[in-house]
Design a protein around this ligand. Structure first.
Ligand code: PLP
Length: 436
């Protein structure tokens, strides 16, 4: 790479985050941006080494993560290549964290951060409501490694204090949680862990890991409130269009080497084509999309809340929502405005849980067949509005008798708002509710 590469045009720190996310970093040591407007896709799994010495220096660089590498030497895609590396710089910037490492999927990212922070005999404290595959990872695989996961309701901080033991190594949660949108006070968790960590030496600290997928960095930056690490499924709101899978861990620079080593050896590497799409279309438009989706979600949540066939609506933007006040403290856009996200959780009325579940199924089946603006599908953060039934789809790993303790209603419906006109979505929902 040439040394006379163009440096950053000017100090851009006075521009809004909306603009800075759209344009990205206009200088990177990973690519010659003097001549490309959009980063090209790197389609090379391996890289020419001019000499054995260059190869040796490349491997040395991989082991020693420096602040700024003047002359990055790429060796092999699984170790690092320009598209992922540029995306990582921009994701760390968006989350206001020090460094980022991408993975093939959100689950790849979650298993990597948990993989480097835990070992046999350790304990993890996790919120009782989370993404189904994260629960599956903890329940189906961690017993093999003798890692114990204690689930508790972290919206009540007493539950955290009570469950900490000397074996505790990680506090893990989503806020808002998938699918029911529990909000956990990040600062309050930080405070409790700080007190506990004072008693521990450096090798034994407890780390806080937050899955920020539901918010995207536009609506919440947990590191600012005390999280050590943030993970994302890039497949969702950051990717934004439902075309590519990806995941990322963002956190302190000193862990970057371990995360890269884990990725290299376990192999969940983000493909260059996916990295390129997320870098080119997803991240630059996240502010634009989230803004519109929040506006629509607020309108739909308010509509649903008043509907006679609806039992209750969980949406952080609703004043009636029990976690509204906590959400207002930490779900903030880059200008500090309340940004309650684009996901709504709703439960239909019924005389008993079975009837409520049946009404939910009827409603969704009608939508699957008739609604133009709503699609029955898992995933979220998409340009299209997606609706799904957690108890039988994304959270089917949870046995029926455990649903209640995990605060998932048998008839709960998750709506992930897209970019359609809000009134069109409301009109489709209205017609679909009429048939119940
Ligand atoms: C989808 C999702 C994941 C997993 O991401 P994949 O990219 O599908 O592996 C993790 N956490 C949350 C909250 C999710 O919604």
């Amino acid at each position: 790479m040439k040394k006379d590469m163009k440096k950053s045009k000017s100090d851009n720190s006075n521009y809004s985050m909306e603009t800075r996310l759209l344009l990205g970093k206009d200088f990177t040591e990973k690519w010659d941006f003097s001549h490309h407007v959009t980063a090209p896709i790197s389609s090379s799994t391996t890289f020419r080494l001019d000499s054995v010495d260059r190869g040796a220096r490349g491997f040395m660089q991989f082991g020693n993560i420096e602040d700024f590498i003047e002359d990055p030497i790429f060796i092999y895609d699984r170790l690092g290549e320009p598209n992922k590396d540029i995306l990582e710089e921009n994701l760390a910037f968006a989350e206001e964290g020090e460094s980022a490492v991408t993975f093939a999927t959100g689950m790849g990212a979650i298993s990597a951060i948990m993989g480097i922070l835990t070992k046999s005999n350790d304990e993890v404290i996790a919120h009782n409501t989370m993404y189904g595959c994260t629960i599956s990872l903890f329940n189906n695989w961690y017993p093999r490694y003798n890692i114990r996961v204690i689930y508790t309701n972290l919206t009540n901080k007493e539950n955290l204090v009570e469950n900490i033991t000397e074996k505790t190594k990680v506090i893990y949660f989503e806020t808002p949680s998938n699918p029911n949108l529990d909000i956990i006070d990040i600062k309050a968790v930080r405070k409790i862990i700080d007190i506990e960590n004072q008693k521990r030496d450096d090798a034994n600290k407890i780390y806080i890991v937050i899955d920020n997928t539901f918010s995207t960095p536009y609506c919440q930056r947990p590191i600012k409130f005390g999280a050590d690490f943030v993970v994302h499924s890039l497949t969702k709101g950051i990717g934004g269009f439902g075309t590519d899978m990806g995941g990322v861990v963002i956190g302190p620079k000193k862990f970057k080497g371990m995360l890269l080593l884990y990725r290299k050896d376990f192999g969940a590497v983000l493909s260059t084509k996916a990295a390129w799409a997320i870098l080119t279309y997803g991240l630059p438009t996240v502010a634009l999309r989230q803004k519109k989706q929040i506006e629509t979600a607020q309108k739909i949540a308010e509509y649903l809340e008043k509907h006679p066939k609806i039992e209750f609506v969980n949406y952080p933007g609703l004043k009636s929502y029990k976690h509204h006040e906590v959400a207002k403290k930490q779900m903030l856009d880059f200008e500090g405005n309340f940004a309650p996200g684009s996901i709504i959780y709703v439960v239909l009325k019924g005389n008993n849980p079975a009837e409520s579940k049946e009404n939910g199924s009827k409603f969704m089946d009608y939508i699957a067949e008739n609604a133009y603006t709503l699609t029955l599908a898992v995933s979220l953060g998409h340009s299209r509005t997606l609706i799904e039934h957690p108890a039988s789809m994304t959270h089917s790993v949870i046995p029926a008798e455990e649903l209640e303790s995990r605060a998932i209603d048998p008839g709960g419906v998750r709506i992930a708002i897209g970019l359609e006109n809000a009134d069109d979505i409301i009109s489709d929902i209205e017609k679909s509710l009429e048939i119940i």
